[in-house]
Design a protein around this ligand. Structure first.
Ligand SMILES: Nc1ncnc2c1ncn2[C@@H]1O[C@H](COP(=O)(O)OP(=O)(O)OP(=O)(O)O)[C@@H](O)[C@H]1O
Ligand SMILES: [Mg+2]
Length: 351
C-alpha cells in the first residue's frame, strides 16, 4: 500500500458532480500534480484530502490508517491556499507560528521552528513585518513556511503560484521543488498550468470533468497522452482531420502516409508543432517519414523560437522551429516532415 491512498472519491453538489470516482496512490516523498482546466474538481479533491470537505463516497488512507472522516486538524496536512489566507494583523512570525500555537507547542520551541521555516523560504529578517508590507512572492513564502512549520505528513498546494508574475513563478517553482525534495515531503500540487505540473512533480494526474484522465510521469503525459483531452490540454498540438484509404492507411492533405489509420470512425492526427521540420519540396526523405506539402501562410519570429503556419489541402499546420533557423518565406511551397512516432490518432470529437 502507498503512503497516501485515495480510492473512489466522489463529491456532489446538488446537480454538479464535482469529483467522480477519483483514485490515486502517492508514495512517501513523492510530488504529484493535479492538472486540469477550471472546474474539473482539483480544489474539491484537495479539500477532501485536507478534511475541509466530506466526500460522499470513497476513502482516504494515510500511512496505513483511514482518515476519511477525521477532522482537518487531526490529519496533519499542510494546506497552502491560492489566496495565501495570511492574517493581516499578525506579524510574519506569528503567521508562521500560528499552527504551532494552536497545537500548544512551547514558546521557545515555536520561536526556533519559525526561524527555521523562515530560513527555509529565505525570509529571515522579515519576521516582524505585516503581510501588507510584503511583495506577492514574499507572502507566498510566508504561506509556505506556515504549512511547513507544522511538519505536515502531506503538503497540499492549491494554485499557490498563480498570483505571481512569470519570472517569480519560475523561481518559486524551483525553490518549492527543492524544499519538497530536501525534506522528502509528500506533496499534492494543484494547478491548471502545465509548465508548473511538468517541472514541479514526479507524476501528473490530469483531471477532466471530475475524473482522472491519465496518471503518469511528465514525459508519459506529454509523449504518450492517453486521450484526446490530455493531448490537447498538455502542450500544444495540431489536430489534423485525416481520412483512410482502401488499405487502411492514413491520408492527410491528399497524401498517403506510412502509418495505419484507426480501424473505424472519424479521426484526427495529433502532431506537436516542434516535432515538424520544414524542408524544400525537392529534398528527398525516407519512405518511413510522414510528409505533406503546403504553402507558408505566416512566419513569425517569437524570440526563442519561430512560428510558422502552413496551409494544405484542407487544414493548417503550426510548426515551431528553433530560432536561428532562417524564416521560411511567406507564400513558399514547402514540405512538412515528421516521424511516425510523433503522430497520434484520436477519434474526432462530435460535440
Ligand atoms: N461549495 C460548492 N457548492 C456547489 N458547487 C461547487 C462547490 N465547490 C465546487 N463546486 C463545483 O464543483 C466543480 C469543481 O470545482 P473545483 O473548485 O473543485 O474546481 P477546480 O478544478 O479547482 O477549478 P479552478 O481551476 O477554477 O479552481 C465546479 O463545477 C464547481 O462549480
Ligand atoms: Mg480550484
Amino acid at each position: 500500500m502507498s503512503y497516501l491512498e485515495l480510492s473512489g472519491l466522489q463529491k456532489r453538489y446538488r446537480d454538479t458532480v464535482a469529483v467522480d470516482d477519483v483514485s490515486l496512490s502517492v508514495e512517501k516523498g513523492e510530488a504529484v500534480a493535479l492538472l486540469g482546466p477550471s472546474g474539473c474538481g482539483k480544489t474539491t479533491t484537495l479539500r477532501m484530502l485536507a478534511g475541509l470537505v466530506d466526500p460522499d463516497r470513497g476513502a482516504i488512507r494515510l500511512d496505513g490508517a483511514e482518515v476519511t472522516r477525521l477532522p482537518a486538524h487531526k490529519r496533519n496536512m499542510g494546506y497552502v491556499f491560492q489566496s495565501y489566507a495570511l492574517f493581516p494583523h499578525l506579524s510574519v512570525a506569528r503567521n508562521v507560528g500560528f499552527g504551532l500555537e494552536e497545537r500548544g507547542v512551547a514558546r521557545a520551541e515555536i520561536a526556533r521552528r519559525v526561524a527555521e521555516a523562515l530560513a527555509m523560504v529565505r525570509l529571515s529578517g522579515l519576521d516582524q513585518r505585516r503581510p501588507r508590507e510584503l511583495s506577492g512572492g514574499q507572502q507566498q513564502r510566508v504561506a509556505l513556511a506556515r504549512s511547513l512549520v507544522i511538519r505536515p505528513s502531506v503538503l497540499l498546494l492549491d494554485e499557490s503560484l498563480s498570483n505571481l508574475d512569470a519570472k517569480l513563478r519560475d523561481t518559486m517553482r524551483h525553490e518549492i521543488r527543492s524544499i519538497q525534495r530536501s525534506l522528502g515531503i509528500t506533496t499534492l500540487f494543484v494547478t491548471h498550468d502545465q509548465v508548473e505540473a511538468l517541472t514541479m512533480c514526479d507524476r501528473i494526474a490530469v483531471m477532466h470533468r471530475g475524473g482522472i484522465a491519465q496518471i503518469g510521469s511528465p514525459e508519459d503525459i506529454y509523449e504518450r497522452p492517453a486521450t484526446r483531452f490530455v493531448a490537447e490540454f498538455v502542450g500544444r498540438a495540431n489536430a489534423l482531420p485525416a481520412t483512410r484509404d482502401a488499405e487502411g492507411r492514413v491520408v492527410l492533405w491528399g497524401e498517403r502516409l506510412p502509418v495505419a489509420a484507426p480501424a473505424s470512425g472519424e479521426f484526427d492526427l495529433f502532431v506537436r508543432p516542434q516535432r515538424i521540420r520544414i524542408l524544400p519540396i525537392s529534398e528527398p526523405v525516407a519512405e518511413s517519414m510522414m510528409r505533406v506539402t503546403g504553402k507558408v501562410l505566416r512566419s513569425v519570429f517569437v524570440g526563442d523560437h519561430v512560428e510558422v503556419l502552413v496551409e494544405g489541402a484542407d487544414s493548417q499546420i503550426q510548426v515551431e522551429l528553433q530560432s536561428g533557423t532562417a524564416l521560411p518565406q511567406e507564400g513558399a511551397e514547402v514540405a512538412l516532415v515528421w516521424h511516425a512516432r510523433d503522430t497520434l490518432p484520436f477519434p474526432r470529437e462530435t460535440a
